[in-house]
Ligand binder design. Structure first.
Ligand SMILES: C[S@@+](CC[C@H](N)C(=O)[O-])C[C@H]1O[C@@H](n2cnc3c(N)ncnc32)[C@H](O)[C@@H]1O
Length: 223
């Protein structure tokens, strides 16, 4: 009986220690997490890890000077990485920096507030001001694509509006603008169902093989 009581006491003690540890950890994270989150975000501004799409371009084109487009730029994190990794003759950055349908799904949290959007846009303008090979096009993907000639681009990276209709239309319009042997691809292929559905629908309908290399997808333009 004594042993049973001792065991109960012991297991209650262990439960309480576990609870206390959890409580302390919870309190710590509440205070510390926003701080760490900011540090991570600040470092993420100069991402040193290329996306699979960018690595694919690097392997395919080596040091060839390239002309490409990123559709959906947000804070310019991936754009900075593209510039670090590839020999960019010209990089067009297309984004309306305006509130858009479904903005929450892709993490563009500031888009609920017009002032915050302007801040994001101004930071991007400042960040790329010294890059003569970068042109910012503050416009929606569809209207921006009309500015480009067919078969003129080496690549287009699609990471704008992630709704099905938008992704499908973006692939359709931008694919025309890419040269034979060039690459069309994008982001968030496995975490957003609309993206994978639009990519696979368009590729099946147009008999284009595509590769999934999470979180990216890409295809090489063929006849
Ligand atoms: C996920 S963020 C892009 C992140 C960026 N590619 C990166 O990885 O650093 C999505 C961006 O797409 C933009 N966007 C939304 N709808 C768009 C559209 N129709 N055309 C172009 N860009 C759009 C938003 O303004 C937002 O900044």
């Amino acid at each position: 009986m004594i042993w049973v009581d001792k065991f109960k006491q012991h297991s209650n003690l262990r439960k309480n220690i576990r609870k206390a540890r959890f409580h302390v950890a919870e309190k710590f994270l509440k205070i510390a997490a926003p701080h760490y989150h900011n540090i991570i975000r600040r470092h993420a501004n100069v991402s040193t890890v290329p996306r699979p799409f960018t690595t694919h371009l690097k392997n395919l084109f080596k040091d060839r000077p390239l002309t490409g487009v990123e559709v959906g730029v947000y804070r310019g994190e991936n754009a900075k990485n593209i510039l670090q990794q590839l020999n960019m003759e010209k990089l067009y950055l297309v984004d309306p920096w305006a509130c858009y349908e479904g903005f929450g799904v892709d993490g563009a949290g500031e888009y609920a507030n017009k002032n915050e959007i302007e801040k994001v846009y101004n930071n991007v303008k400042t960040a790329f001001a010294g890059h003569g090979n970068v042109e910012i096009i503050r416009d929606f993907s569809q209207t921006a694509s009309a500015r480009f000639d067919e078969n003129s681009l080496d690549f287009v990276y699609i990471d704008g509006n992630h709704r099905y209709e938008h992704v499908y239309r973006d692939i359709k319009s931008w694919h025309l603008k890419v040269k034979q042997g060039g690459v069309v691809g994008g982001h968030d292929v496995l975490n957003i169902i609309d993206v994978i559905t639009a990519v696979s629908d368009w590729c099946v309908e147009n008999k284009q093989k595509f590769v999934i290399s999470p979180p990216d997808w890409y295809l090489t333009k063929q006849e």
